[in-house]
Design a protein. Structure first.
Length: 135
């Protein structure tokens, strides 16, 4: 990506001179915001001749179901067990499963999924989820 030197803007300028930053975007098509002299953000003028905005902004969701994501993480964990909250965090951090609104599955959803798939999971006391050994 080619960037004009006058399109390199300190992040602080966005806070102090928003109009000035967007004038540069209008003129050059983009600006690169710098923090500690390192690029951190790019602001690009939208080009309607390119892809439709809904296609550009579309969230790509993972292809795993929640139970598949649970199995994937538990297979790699010690003793194939994990606390439900930790399991929910790990699934989210790896982006294996997201709810339709893009947020993470909560531990109570993880716990409930165990009840729906008793052949895969066992819910132990203390909200510990175990992947069955025969899986």
């Amino acid at each position: 990506m080619e960037v004009n030197i006058d399109s390199l803007i300190p992040f602080e300028k966005l806070k102090s001179d928003v109009d000035g930053v967007f004038q540069i975007v209008e003129r050059n098509g983009k600006v690169v915001l710098l923090k500690d002299n390192q690029p951190v953000y790019i602001i690009v003028k939208y080009d309607s001749d390119l892809k439709p905005v809904d296609e550009v902004m579309k969230i790509v969701s993972p292809k795993y179901t929640l139970q598949e994501a649970m199995k994937e993480v538990l297979l790699e964990s010690e003793d194939r067990t994990m606390h439900a909250a930790e399991l929910a965090d790990e699934i989210y951090n790896r982006k294996l499963y997201l709810k339709k609104d893009g947020t993470k599955a909560e531990y109570n959803q993880i716990r409930a999924r165990c009840g729906h798939y008793p052949e895969l999971f066992e819910a132990l006391p203390g909200n510990i989820i175990k992947l069955r050994d025969d899986v």
